[in-house]
Design a protein. Structure first.
Ligand SMILES: Cc1ncc(COP(=O)(O)O)c(C=O)c1O
Lengths: 256, 397
């Protein structure tokens, strides 16, 4: 069983997955941010690989990506930063990023190096289903990595079933039709999540986009196995780049 | 990377050989899939076609003339025809596509239109058709382009569009496109995205190429009338994303006697670090939803291009052009800022036509070619230079 699946089996309480940008707030903070997240109670870490043109991301994550890139963040550097992470990190780790940097690194080499570093899964929002089925899915599987597809309120039930069948680890439910960090009120979320619940999916569901505090975390977790927080945490780090204290205070506010 | 086969049409997944596809996040899937499954049925409906053709004729002013440029021909000791897209309503070929897409959006029941723009020509063409149809229009434009194409910003505003500055990255066309795509993600129900070139996820490149193909359809007929032969020896067009070139080449793609010449913007020079010559500097990569040639770093980060011409200041090209390059079917040249400026002044004084800076790149390529005197060259004059007068005045000689 993968480390991600094991987490969902062993932990009945809502799962908190926190997103952070590799190389942010400072280039060499990657591992210390992950350690702080684990210490402060994150159950799962989604590590974002910065990209110059992150289409699915709102202004907060865009800004953190720009800072990381200006500091010289690259995929080879990322693997050197997290190569020994399993000495301290016990929670599952997912790499999130866009296809182009991964393709330039070499898709298979990327999967091999990720697996060797102890990474558990991948989220590549612009990897199309056709290409996953014909080309990339097999490579991801070969290295024992989970692959997590996104579904949105616009995704049809048939397509949700399909994306669920292709995913492993969990399924990522985008809470509303938006880029990350949207501040729009989301009154439709409970109904949407209930519908997902009724589909009896193979994978546990985590909800992301617009989850920013205790209230939204709890609302999301009511119908699913937990939630993903990204922009709100990055914003906290932008306001106070003291990694340990910011992380501790931020997660205490969610879980406390 | 020579000797890939030529694909004049994409396959069902939108690939021209290895280039194309739809590399989009799930948030865009429903809208892009709706387009993919419906665009051909919609645009070849007789009612659509008759409305489209009527608007092209009565509103855009088509067919645009094919003009024998005698003094220019003399300079190069050959025969050069200019396909006068600069005479389209709004001043460039861009409106051929926006007319098509607004009719499509109407049939899809969309009430809100978004677009990106570089030179502002596509923004103006979109604002124009939105005014014509009475729908809301939001145009994303890089902050840098808002400054250098001020007349077009004013036109868009007068036409009732909202112009939103793109503040990220290089603050040019690439970033405006990112912002438009993010807007579409955030507004999936009522909005149609009118992309301005043969870029983006499938089916956009093919759809835009079909709307622009009227350029080569007319060229064939006009050339036949004028010379008795419907085939030119060369078709020359500038390439930003590649829509005017796609339209100018379309009905000649399979006529192997016709040399297709695509002209990219070399900026300060291909190897100067300030260039937009994608086929010279790019590698296969993914941007704005399709796999094509892309200017990027070793790490796969997109490089900020440079061109004096806002419409060519883009780090990629459409997948059909990447295939034209890879198959060797297209000849790819490039012209520097300086060469384009010179060519613009020469055309103005030789033929009394002030070209857009983009089109001036196509004109500049003439000097890089050798002629025997027997050619029948068609050069796509994609737009007029009114929007570039401030830049031209800075360089007036
Ligand atoms: C007059 C003109 N020509 C050419 C272009 C470049 O676009 P494309 O390569 O899609 O024709 C533009 C873009 O703004 C333009 O305004």
């Amino acid at each position: 069983m993968s480390r991600i699946s094991a987490l969902f089996v062993s932990k009945p309480e809502p799962i908190l997955n926190v997103y952070c940008t590799a190389g942010f707030p400072k280039r060499d903070d990657t591992l210390s941010v992950m350690e702080a997240l684990q210490t402060s109670g994150a159950d799962l870490i989604e590590l974002g690989m910065p990209y110059s043109d992150p289409l699915a991301d709102g202004p907060v994550i865009q800004a953190s990506s720009m800072v990381a890139l200006q500091h010289g963040m690259t995929i080879p550097l990322l693997f050197s930063q997290i190569g020994n992470m399993r000495k301290t990190i016990t929670v599952p780790v997912i790499l999130m990023g866009y296809m182009n940097p991964v393709l330039q690194y070499g898709f298979e080499k990327f999967c091999a190096d990720a697996a060797a570093a102890g990474v558990d899964g991948l989220i590549l929002p612009d990897l199309p289903v056709v290409e996953f089925e014909t080309e990339y899915g097999a490579i991801i599987k070969k290295y024992g990595l989970d692959f997590i597809f996104l579904v949105t309120p616009e995704t049809s039930p048939e397509r949700i079933q399909k994306l669920d069948s292709l995913s492993s680890g969990f399924l990522y439910a985008v809470s509303s039709s938006s880029t990350t960090g949207s501040d729009r009120s989301n009154t439709g979320m409970p109904a949407y999540l209930q519908q997902l619940q009724q589909l009896k999916l193979k994978n546990p569901v985590l909800v992301g986009f617009g989850i920013k505090d205790k209230a939204s975390f709890e609302a999301a977790s009511q119908f699913t196995r937990g939630a993903i927080i990204g922009s709100a945490y990055i914003k906290a780090l932008q306001e106070n780049p003291d990694v340990k204290n910011t992380t501790k205070t931020f997660l205490a506010g969610i879980k406390g | 990377m020579d000797n890939e086969p030529l694909y004049s049409q994409p396959d069902v997944n939108g690939y021209y050989g290895q280039f194309g596809g739809a590399y989009i996040p799930e948030m865009l899937h429903r809208n892009v899939e709706e387009l993919r499954t419906r665009y051909l049925d919609i645009i070849y409906e007789p009612a659509f076609q008759s409305e489209f053709q009527e608007l092209l004729r009565d509103y855009v002013g088509r067919p645009t003339p094919l003009f024998l440029a005698e003094r220019l021909s003399k300079q190069f000791n050959t025969t050069i025809y200019l396909k006068r897209e600069d005479l389209c309503h709004t001043g460039a070929h861009k409106i051929n596509n926006t007319i098509g897409q607004i009719l499509l959006a109407e049939r899809l029941g969309k009430k809100r239109i978004i677009a990106e723009t570089g030179a502002g020509q596509h923004g103006v063409a979109t604002a124009t058709v939105c005014a014509l149809k009475g729908v809301e229009c939001i145009v994303y434009m890089g902050e840098k382009d808002i400054e250098r194409q001020a007349p077009n910003v004013a036109r868009m505003k007068m036409l009732g569009a909202k112009v939103v500055p793109a503040l990220s990255g290089s603050k040019t066309l690439k970033d405006a496109t990112n912002e438009a795509i993010r807007d579409w993600i955030n507004n999936p129900n009522d909005t149609h995205y009118i992309i301005g070139s043969v870029v983006g996820p499938h089916p956009y490149p093919d759809m835009v190429a079909r709307f622009q193909s009227v350029i080569s359809e007319e060229t064939r007929k006009q050339l036949k009338e004028k010379t008795g032969n419907e085939l030119p020896t060369h078709v020359i067009a500038c390439v930003g994303g590649g829509s005017n070139a796609a339209g100018a080449f379309y009905h000649f793609l399979e006529e192997t006697s016709v040399q297709l010449v695509a002209v990219e913007a070399a900026g300060h020079g291909v190897n100067s670090g300030l260039s937009a010559a994608t086929t010279q500097l790019g590698k296969p990569g993914i941007l704005h939803g399709s796999k094509s040639l892309l200017m990027q770093t070793e790490d796969g980060q997109v490089v900020e291009p440079h061109s004096i011409s806002a419409g060519l200041d883009y780090p990629g090209i459409g997948p059909l052009h990447a295939n034209l390059f890879a198959s060797g079917r297209g000849t790819f040249l490039s012209a520097t800022d300086e060469e384009a400026l010179t060519a613009a002044f020469e055309l103005a004084r030789m033929e009394g036509i002030i070209p857009a800076l983009e089109s001036a790149h196509a004109l500049a390529a003439l000097k890089q070619m050798t002629f025997t005197g027997k050619e029948r060259i068609v050069l796509c004059l994609s737009g007029r230079g009114d929007k570039d007068l401030a830049t031209y005045m800075e360089h007036i000689k």
